[in-house]
Ligand binder design. Structure first.
Ligand code: ZN
Length: 378
């Protein structure tokens, strides 16, 4: 039933349209036309203006032929990471790859292509379905900014399926961490390094001692911490008066996240005090965790839909955030579905044609599962 040629060509066409974060306009224009041709009602929200992108999020609705089913949302993001311009996709046997000079952009155009194919088939074959809402978001890769600024009142969906993770189709992400970003600025005191170093307070040294006292990396099963950027100092003959450390803490457990963030803050402040330096601490919540259970409707639907088409459903935790963190926070229970993209965010990124087909099948199977309103408790 799936038209493989059309699906692959659509995917190739999508990745040829440049859409690095904040520059998704060309892709948005292309998708709006496609969605309208497929009979969906399309709006673009105001998110772009708020976050300085050249388009907003696309929200499209398909009125279903079946009433009395819960509306469901499918989402994928339009933006890509760099190097993501002038992508030239190549079909090599079973695989689609880039030339090696750029990413491929299967993240997340695999999700978009599969959705378009599914919508195509629904229209062409008059497949019975309930109301379907599609969100194509902007700026996912730069902090989930599109989803964060999405006006949720446009949506009626009770559950959401975000097509945006690597791995075999059938894998379902049901939990993802919260993340805090950290910035520690240590203020010492500058002085001439040779003439009067006793008057200085070396901020680099303070930072070094503080860092040596921090446990970083994997803290426990649910929690990780990292300091990823350090900058400071002006010349070898000046005692440095300022150092910045930037990092993050993630945890799938809110309490642990707050506790560990607080611990790193305290180490920095205490160490600064010891050296008579000062510390300024900036903590920012990037996104919140979600923890869905296998008994939640959205999870049961994704699992059943996968089984029905012979895929092996596998519930997994994620180590990172996605638009699903935001949808869950905003009140739409959402899982992330694997779409088969591999080595994302590298120039070796690829996807198997088979997985594009599987994703399309999984989407259609979810739509069918919801439309039939089958008893999912079995
Ligand atoms: Zn992605």
């Amino acid at each position: 039933m799936i038209n493989q040629k059309r699906l692959v060509e659509c995917f190739m066409e999508l990745v040829r349209i440049d859409s690095v974060s904040r520059e998704e306009r060309d892709l948005a224009d292309f998708l709006i036309e496609k969605l309208e041709d497929l009979g969906l009602e399309v709006i673009v929200d105001q998110a772009g203006e708020k976050i300085k992108a050249n388009t907003g999020n696309i929200i499209a609705k398909l009125k279903g032929s079946i009433k009395k089913t819960t509306p469901i949302m499918f989402a994928a993001h339009m933006d890509t990471v760099v190097p993501g311009k002038n992508i030239n996709p190549l079909l090599k046997g079973e695989k689609i790859v880039s030339t090696g000079k750029t990413i491929l952009g299967a993240d997340d155009k695999a999700g978009i292509a599969a959705l378009l194919e599914a919508l195509h088939l629904i229209k062409k074959n008059n497949i019975p379905c309930g109301d379907i809402e599609i969100v194509f978001s902007i700026c996912e890769e730069v902090g989930l900014l599109g989803a964060k600024n999405l006006d949720i009142s446009h949506l009626n969906s009770q559950v959401g399926f975000v097509l945006d993770t690597g791995g075999q189709v059938g894998q379902i992400i049901t939990t993802a961490p919260s993340q805090n970003s950290l910035e520690f600025i240590i203020y010492g005191k500058s002085a001439h390094a040779g003439a009067n170093p006793e008057e200085g307070i070396n901020a680099i040294q303070v930072a070094g001692v503080a860092l040596s006292r921090m446990k970083l990396g994997r803290i426990d099963e649910e929690t990780t911490a990292n300091i990823g950027i350090i900058s400071g100092g002006r010349a070898t003959n000046i005692v440095p008066d300022e150092v910045r450390l930037k990092g993050e803490v993630r945890s799938r457990n809110e309490k642990k996240l707050e506790k560990y963030t607080e611990q790193l803050k305290k180490i920095t402040e205490d160490t600064a005090r010891e050296f008579k330096a000062k510390a300024e601490v900036k903590i920012n919540r990037c996104y919140c965790c979600y923890n869905l259970s296998p008994h939640d409707q959205v999870v049961k639907t994704a699992v059943k839909a996968a089984k029905d088409i012979g895929l092996k459903p596998l519930l997994l935790p994620s180590g990172g955030g996605s638009d699903a963190n935001i949808f869950n926070k905003k009140g739409i229970p959402s899982v992330v579905l694997a779409v088969g993209m591999e080595k994302v965010h590298t120039t070796e990124e690829y996807i198997l044609v088979e997985e594009l087909k599987n994703t399309t099948e999984h989407i259609l199977s979810i739509i069918k599962t919801v439309a039939l309103g089958e008893n999912l408790n079995e």
